[in-house]
Design a protein around this ligand. Structure first.
Ligand SMILES: [Zn+2]
Ligand SMILES: [Zn+2]
Length: 303
């Protein structure tokens, strides 16, 4: 299972009661953060999940509301005692951006590993057993949407394990995907596991116009977290001009992508009460929530 916490839900600027949009994912005690605007440390602290086990920070793009909180967070992670390398990834330009921002966070007690993802085609990376996929989206700067996937291995086949004379003490390792070596042979997980089962898929998509590519990218996700910059249909021209999404467009994407659940986020500061537009979104997609700061869910495997 995967824990998901929507740390903040604001776009453009943090408000007294709304932190900037950011998502925290936890699996087996290890964490991945997506986006880190001004003040993201505050809701992060409020989760009580700690800072030390954040293994990667992913950036959708480099507008300040998605990255300006990085230097402070890097220092806090350093103060938490982390010594293992930390991965930062995002669209092209990450080296220059991180170089600039770390002028005010020098001498970190851990190494920063930078991964520059292509803004032309999708890519796939694996961190802490989580597969991270990205695709370029349509915003005023190079921008990526992310899909976080936890793969699930097949069921352990006791009959096959017994036939291969694998001692019971090794079964657990094999179920966890580890190849084992016995005196007379090597046994790999696929020799004793059934077909891959459906894993968990969470998608995070903000600062973009909707697209056909996104429908395919988010297909069948368990949880789709999507920008809803404006709720009032009269603001559509602003969404088109500034390359953002309407609540209704997020609802339509969720429907077309056949996702299980939709959370909206990245509200315009001019939108004091996102809830008032939710019923309209539900005409497209019923299982929609107006995301709120610190909204948390444990996404479980299908039984
Ligand atoms: Zn933004
Ligand atoms: Zn932006």
């Amino acid at each position: 299972m995967l824990d998901v916490c929507l740390l903040g839900t604001g776009g453009m600027m943090p408000l007294p009661d709304r932190w900037l949009t950011s998502l925290l994912i936890r699996f087996n005690g290890r964490m991945i953060l997506i986006d880190c605007g001004e003040g993201t440390q505050i809701p992060l602290k409020m989760t009580k999940w700690g800072f030390k086990t954040i293994d990667a920070i992913l950036f959708t793009h480099y507008h300040a509301d998605h990255i300006a909180g990085l230097p402070g967070l890097l220092l806090t992670i350093g103060n938490s005692g982390r010594e293992e390398p930390l991965t930062l990834m995002g669209p092209p330009g990450i080296t220059k951006i991180v170089e600039g921002l770390t002028v005010i966070a020098p001498e970190l007690p851990y190494e920063l590993k930078l991964i520059e993802l292509s803004d032309l085609e999708g890519s796939e990376t694996c961190i802490s057993n989580i597969v991270i996929q990205s695709i370029p989206v349509d915003h005023s700067l190079p921008c990526l949407s992310y899909c976080i996937e936890l793969k699930r291995l097949g069921k352990f086949d006791i009959k096959r394990a017994k036939k291969l004379n694998v001692p019971v003490s090794y079964w657990n390792s094999l179920q966890n995907g580890v190849t084992i070596t016995l005196e007379d042979k090597t046994v790999s997980p696929e020799m004793v596991l059934g077909e891959l089962r459906k894993g968990i898929k969470v998608c995070y998509c903000t600062d973009t116009r909707p697209s056909e590519d996104l429908v395919e990218f988010i297909k069948d996700s368990d949880l789709f977290i999507c920008e809803g910059m404006y709720g009032d249909e009269d603001d559509l021209y602003k969404a088109v001009q500034k390359k953002h999404m309407m609540f209704s467009e997020a609802g339509l994407l969720a429907k077309q992508g056949k996702v299980k659940e939709l959370w909206l986020t990245h509200y315009s500061p001019s939108l004091p009460n996102p809830e008032e537009y939710i019923e309209a979104v539900r005409t497209f997609f019923t299982n929609t929530l107006a995301g709120r700061d610190l909204l948390t869910k444990t996404v479980k495997y299908e039984s």
